[in-house]
Each structure stands twice: as C-alpha cells, then as structure tokens.
Design a protein around this ligand. Structure first.
Ligand code: IFM
Length: 442
C-alpha cells in the first residue's frame, strides 16, 4: 500500500504515467522511416540480444487499451513522445500522412478518456538520413528539428496540454557521443561538445517555433543525477562537482542562465562549435515549466586519466535491476536546488521517476512491493519539497508499460503494467492497483 492519496496534494496537482514512441509503439508499423537506433541495434555488441523497437509493445495498434488502463487507475495525464521518423521518414521533406493520422487519433483517444496529453517531440530515434548528415553534430539539425516541430504541432498542437521538445538532453549529448552507450555510439569529445550544444539550440528553435504557432505550456525535460563525492577529499569533491556540471548544470544553466559551467568548459571548451557564445538567446527562449526526470545518484572518485579525470564507484545503497542506487533524497535535493538556482517560481514537474525489476507473473499476478516502496519514498520527497514552498505541479511515473529499455533490451521492466513480449498481453502489477487506490480514494 502507498502512504499517500490525492488529498495530500494541492488542488490541481497532476499524476501521470510516461512512455516514449520507439520504446512502445512498434517502429515497423505505419510507414515510419529508419532511425539511428535501428542501425545501432543491428550492430553486434551494442544492444542486449540485438533487440530493437520493431514491435515493442505494439502500442501503435493497442493504444486504446493502454489509455483505458491509464484512465482506470485515476491518472490525470499521459506523457508520450512523437517519432520524428514516423512523421518524416527521411527526417525532412515528404510527410508520412499515416504517421500524422496516428498521432491525431492518439491525441483524441487521450482527450476522450479525460487524460491530458503531454507531448515530447524527440525521445532519441533520429531519422537515419539525418544521422548520415552528422545528426546532432551538425548545426543544421536545429533547423531540421524546428521544421519537424512545426509539422507535428500544426496537426496535434491544439490538443496538447503541454509540450517539451527533447527528452533528456544529457542522453542525446553525453551518453550517445562520449560514453557511446546510445545511438550513434560515438566516443569522441568533439562530437560530444557539438551534440551537447546543438541539442539545446534545437530545443530553443522548437520553443520559438511553437510560440509562433500560438502554443503555450511549453517546457524542457532534463534528467538529473545526484553526484556524491567518494570521500571527503577536495579532489573527490571537485570530481563530483564536475560530474554534476556536465550531467546536470550544463543543460539547466544553458537554458535558464545563458551560460555553461566553467568546470565543464575546461574540458569541452576547445571542442565547442564555432559561434556557440551567440546562441543563448535562442537556447534560453522562455519556458512555462521545467521537467525533472530522476532515478538515482552516482558516487564519483577522482583519477589520473584524461579529462574528466574521474570514474564512478559502487555505492552502498540498495539497487534496482538497473544497478542504480535507490536514493530518494536526491529528488528532494534537486527540486529544492532547481527552484533556488535556476527556475524560481516556474512550475516544476517530476516528468519521470520509477524503477526496473525482473517482475514475473505467478498465478496471473505480479507482485512488485519493491516498486511500491520506491514510488512511495520518492513521492514523500515531492511532498516535502512542496511543504517547503517548491512549486511542484505534477509527478509522472516511468513507465506505464514494460518496454524497450534501449541498449538493455526488454529485460529491464519499468512498467506499472506487465507486458508479455510474446503474446503482448498486458497485466497490471500490484503497484498499478496500489496507485489506483491512492488516486481514486476520496
Ligand atoms: O527508459 C528510459 C527513458 O527512455 C528515459 N528516461 C529513463 C528511462 C529509464 O532508463
């Protein structure tokens, strides 16, 4: 059982679930074009069992059933992403009308069930022809993304409760170009510096495009990970501060302060694209809210290697099936710090929070008390931040469904609803039932 109900939150506070296009829809359906995730996954060694999003949860055909589940649990909102390659199979040029029709039906289906549609325009599946042109390393991507934004928002923007351009810019920049763990799988500091800047430039251009269309309630969604120093030494504190710099502060600072942190620029500075100093008017286009995706913290130790001169070490706390430490305190700390240092009175949303587990069905039931405890502990942190005056307006759980966890394939189950990836049957877990009680009890 969860230790909260709606009554513990201010009037109008939103509870929602989150998913993304490539992780759930089934990318082989409906005329979507190839993406860099498809080629990344088809390359041996990149993804567990070389799994991809061809079928995923078949949400493309089953979204009505999925939205019934969201509504029945008493959620208010549903966060989803639109796939660039489904709308524009080549990334530019010819539109796939079937793709636009799909998102049109999806928007209506949400509204019919009283759910607020919260769209994200990019959640990592870049159209392959644009990757061929350099993808996020190419400054032109900001214009390509703005054009795609206009096309999709002209069609569904009138029905969106909120829109954010890009999910988790750190993953698009650092994870994909420095660590090489996500498509396009690069490990190159120059590519990283370019991608990290261009992803923010594209974010800003998309915001400007949507403002020009008359849309409002526009925000940014940032994944934040707390960095704890491995010990009390100055070197460890500096190492953690640098991790915090390129993971968290780079993006928040770029968007809300018009600059990048000095400690990050010591490493990335020489590799930045020409003219980057002049882009902050676009990057800082005013927002209506800020979204925080929060899961865990990392413990950081210094080393003598090349910049950033540090590495992660194993922490002592309980871990999820992702091997991520469970550290609810970090969510509280980020809510406080984000409002204090970056966003002031701007509404904050927890746009993702949740955990993976190897959930299995036994006698038709899935018991996931670990997830109930995880959500409870994190919601308690949201309540604490609210009590201290932080303007948190909503909390979204990742994820509605078990789905494609990128390079880790289908084993890492984050859903409130179990998906059998052979039959595609959906079975709500005990966390889903607990949330239904918490959200519908009067
Ligand atoms: O599955 C991802 C999602 O795509 C983005 N945020 C984190 C989730 C869990 O790793």
């Amino acid at each position: 059982m969860l230790n909260f109900t709606r009554a513990d939150f201010p009037e109008g506070f939103l509870f929602g679930t989150a998913t993304s296009s490539y992780q759930t829809e089934g990318h082989s359906f409906g005329g979507a074009g190839p993406t860099h995730w498809d080629s990344f996954a088809a390359t041996p060694g990149n993804v567990v069992r070389a799994e991809n999003g061809d079928i995923a949860c078949d949400h493309y055909h089953r979204f009505a059933e999925d939205f019934d589940l969201v509504a029945r649990a008493g959620f208010d909102a549903y966060r989803f992403s639109t796939s660039w390659a489904r709308v524009l199979p080549e990334g530019r040029g010819a539109v796939n009308e079937e793709g636009l029709d799909f998102y049109d039906r999806l928007a209506d289906a949400l509204l019919e069930r009283g759910l607020k549609p919260c769209a994200t325009l990019y959640h990592w599946e870049l159209p392959a022809p644009l990757a061929d042109l350099g993808g996020w390393r190419n400054r032109d991507i900001a214009g390509w993304f703005a054009d795609y934004t206009e096309i999709i928002m002209r069609r569904i923007g009138d029905r969106m409760f909120s829109v954010a351009p890009i999910n988790e810019p750190w993953c698009v920049g650092w994870l994909s170009h420095f660590l090489g763990q996500h498509a396009p799988g690069l490990r190159d500091i120059r590519a990283t510096a370019h991608a990290m800047h261009h992803v923010l430039l594209a974010h800003g251009r998309a915001i400007q495009t949507m403002r020009a269309l008359g849309l409002d309630n526009l925000g940014g969604v940032f994944n934040l990970e707390w960095a704890s120093p491995a010990d009390d030494s100055e070197a460890a504190r500096d190492a953690a501060a640098l991790y915090d710099g390129y993971y968290n502060r780079f993006f928040l600072s770029g968007v809300f302060k018009g600059c990048y942190p000095d400690n990050v620029m010591q490493g990335l500075g020489p590799h930045m694209p020409k003219g980057w100093h002049d882009d902050f008017d676009v990057i800082g286009a005013p927002l209506d809210w800020c979204g925080i995706n929060y899961y865990t913290r990392k413990v950081i130790a210094p080393n003598d290697g090349p910049w950033p001169h540090h590495h992660e070490i194993e922490g002592p706390l309980d871990k999820t099936f992702m091997d991520w430490e469970i550290y609810p305190q970090g969510l509280y700390d980020f809510l406080i710090r984000t409002a204090r240092d970056y966003t002031g009175d701007l509404p904050l949303y927890v746009t993702e929070n949740g955990m993976a587990a190897p959930d299995i069905i036994e006698n038709g039931r899935i018991d996931d008390p670990h997830r109930i405890a995880y959500l409870d502990a994190h919601v308690a942190m949201v309540r604490q931040a609210l009590a201290e005056g932080v303007p948190v307006k909503g909390y979204f759980i990742w994820s509605l469904l078990d789905n494609y966890e990128w390079a880790l394939g289908y084993d890492k189950r984050f859903g409130l609803v179990h998906v059998d990836f052979d039959t595609l049957d959906r079975t709500p877990k005990s966390s889903y039932h607990a949330l239904t009680v918490a959200l519908t009890r009067t």
